[in-house]
Design a protein around this ligand. Structure first.
Ligand code: PXL
Length: 275
């Protein structure tokens, strides 16, 4: 196997099974060296917990980037998730420019919104900066809410494939090369992902398991990145990530009170066996 190194930039939520505490183990389990750049350190994630602490690490980023440049450090993949501030997005773009190895896979998960609403830490200035980061994305992985904020389209819960096609067209006009939209449901009890690659869309549908669990978008993006860097096609990687998320949700449902995050750890072996 060709040994690859990825950089993932997202927050550390100390407790909460999301962002880096999910990305690092999942991508490592896929056999990829995983370097991290924490965008912020929070005591917990911001969905469902109150009174969380947050240390924004924006100001550390230029020095970290300068050091990596001096050392000649480069990455075969760069995957961004939840970022700490609008200003930070500019620095993240500089890091991509400075450290992407030739043929580097850039995956942007614009983790900033769900269910029609921005997460508490974000505002419209953050959205404006995130639109700029989309231009760097080989693969952009929004949910429908994020896609709507990025394209200024109306958020809808009832839609058809023409609505999704329109979202994709507008996301590509921001500069994203390929787009994967998660949480696309055309049928009661089912959900899926639309993979738009090289000008063509494919849909992978799977079971929808009732009851929201936080952090599944981060699990999805991490598994997608791991599978893609292991040489799967985008559609294969999108399917593997979707099947893995279903396994994680089923595992989590064993304890109905465990909703702050998904129990992804006991089913890591299933992910590995899909690679
Ligand atoms: O799962 C996305 C995410 C990541 N990090 C933090 C969050 C959220 C979603 O709410 O609050 C800190």
């Amino acid at each position: 196997m060709n040994y690859k190194r990825i950089l993932t930039i997202q927050d550390i939520s100390c407790v909460g099974q999301c962002s880096l505490t999910v990305a690092l183990p999942i991508i490592s389990a896929c056999g990829i060296e995983t370097s991290v750049l924490p965008s912020a350190v929070l005591s917990t994630h911001t969905a469902g917990f109150t009174g969380f602490t947050c240390r924004d690490l924006t100001d550390d980023m230029p020095d970290i980037c300068a050091h990596w440049k001096k050392e000649g450090i480069t990455f075969d993949g760069i995957y961004t998730g939840y970022l700490g501030s609008a200003k930070q997005i500019e620095y993240v773009k500089n890091i991509v420019d400075a450290t992407a190895a030739e043929g580097c896979l850039v995956v942007v998960d614009p983790a900033m919104a769900d269910n029609g609403k921005l997460y508490p830490a974000f505002d419209i200035d953050f959205v404006a900066e995130m639109k700029k980061l989309c231009a760097d994305a080989d693969y952009l992985l929004p949910n429908i809410t994020e896609a709507c904020f990025l394209t200024d389209m109306e958020y809808r819960t009832n839609y058809d494939s023409a609505y999704i096609d329109e979202l994709i067209k507008k996301l590509c006009s921001l500069g994203a090369k390929n787009v994967i939209i998660t949480g696309v449901s055309y049928k009661e009890g089912h959900t899926g992902v639309v993979v738009f690659e090289n000008g063509e869309s494919q849909y992978y549908e799977h079971r929808q398991i009732a009851g929201g669990i936080h952090g599944t978008g981060d699990i999805y993006a991490s598994a997608f990145v791991g599978a893609k860097l292991r040489g799967k096609t985008a559609f294969e990687a999108a399917k593997i990530a979707a099947d893995y998320v279903v396994e994680c949700i089923m595992e989590s449902k064993k304890d109905p009170n465990h909703t702050y995050g998904a129990r992804f750890e006991p089913v890591l072996g299933k992910l590995i066996s899909m690679l």
